[in-house]
Design a protein around this ligand. Structure first.
Ligand SMILES: NC(=O)c1ccc[n+]([C@@H]2O[C@H](COP(=O)([O-])OP(=O)(O)OC[C@H]3O[C@@H](n4cnc5c(N)ncnc54)[C@H](O)[C@@H]3O)[C@@H](O)[C@H]2O)c1
Length: 250
């Protein structure tokens, strides 16, 4: 059975740990999260410190904490095993991203990029060579953005690279699309704060030579940064990475 560890035991981490425990689909070595007081979540051991020795023998590290955590541990983890990151805004840093790619190549390990809050990241990446225009509009309740707007407000419009720096916990979808598509400078981001919505909605438009896609995803916001769909999506991505038998959507 494959051995996994989670960095972050919040909404996404807990959902995946529970899923793995229920389905007995992997051994959970530990959940690294210094802010969790309990010694275990869903039967998985919680640890508050992480060092390279703890990564020996693992097959997969899943980061579901923050962009800083991903930046701190991705290269170290890739020396031992594959990595699946959720804090995609970290990839706005090109120099670091290149180091991560080099580490994976040097150690023969992989970075599995999950579709997270949206659909079709694989399809966007497949069309990368012909894409010329990509834009994403996200509409969230001000609370999700850490704001207190009383009326609908456009809080950002411009390149995705800056959006990912300003709202690292809220525009992972923008970062993921930029990474799969035409990059952080050519992808156009718009973030709207709307006190009348209780959903996280992403409207993505991609166009290029002979292709034109519109993707609209809306997911109920249960508070926090992730909507209702993300834990389901995360468990699906984890299952695909862990492998298995029978019918498999890829
Ligand atoms: N890729 C996507 O589409 C997508 C969608 C939603 C959320 N996200 C991102 O995924 C990550 C997790 O989301 P979530 O909803 O589970 O968030 P969450 O706030 O519920 O959980 C994050 C967890 O990380 C822990 N954490 C914080 N700092 C840490 C540190 N230094 N070391 C270890 N653990 C630390 C927190 O204690 C918390 O338990 C966030 O970065 C979020 O922005 C990505």
């Amino acid at each position: 059975m494959k051995k996994v560890a989670f960095l972050g035991g919040g909404k996404i981490g807990k959902a995946m740990a529970e899923h793995v425990m229920e389905n007995k689909s992997a051994d959970i070595a530990f959940v690294y999260d210094p802010f969790i007081k309990d010694t275990s979540i869903c039967g998985a051991k919680v640890v508050s410190k992480l060092d390279a020795g703890m990564l020996e023998g693992l097959d997969l590290v899943v980061e579901c904490a923050t962009a800083e955590v991903l930046k701190e541990y991705a290269e170290m983890a890739l020396a031992f095993c594959d990595v699946m990151p959720f804090s995609m805004t970290a990839f706005r840093d090109d120099a670091w991203r290149e180091c991560v790619e080099k580490a994976a190549a040097a150690h023969g390990t992989s970075v599995y990029l999950p579709h997270g809050a949206i659909l079709g990241l694989d399809g966007i990446s497949d069309g990368q060579s012909v894409l010329t225009e990509v834009s994403i509009e996200t509409i969230k309740n001000p609370k999700s953005l850490g704001r207190e707007d009383a009326v609908r407000t456009v809080v950002y419009e411009g390149p995705t690279r800056e959006a990912a720096g300003l709202y690292p916990r809220n525009v992972n979808v923008h970062a993921a699309v930029a990474l799969a598509g035409i990059g952080f400078d050519r992808t156009h981001s718009k973030i709207i704060s709307d006190p009348d919505v209780n959903t996280n909605t992403h409207l993505i438009h991609l166009a290029g030579q002979g292709i034109d896609f519109t993707i609209r995803v809306s997911s109920f916001s249960e508070g926090g940064v992730s909507g209702k769909y993300v834990p389901l999506s995360a468990c699906g991505s984890l299952d695909r990475v862990l492998g298995g038998f029978g019918f498999r959507f890829v």
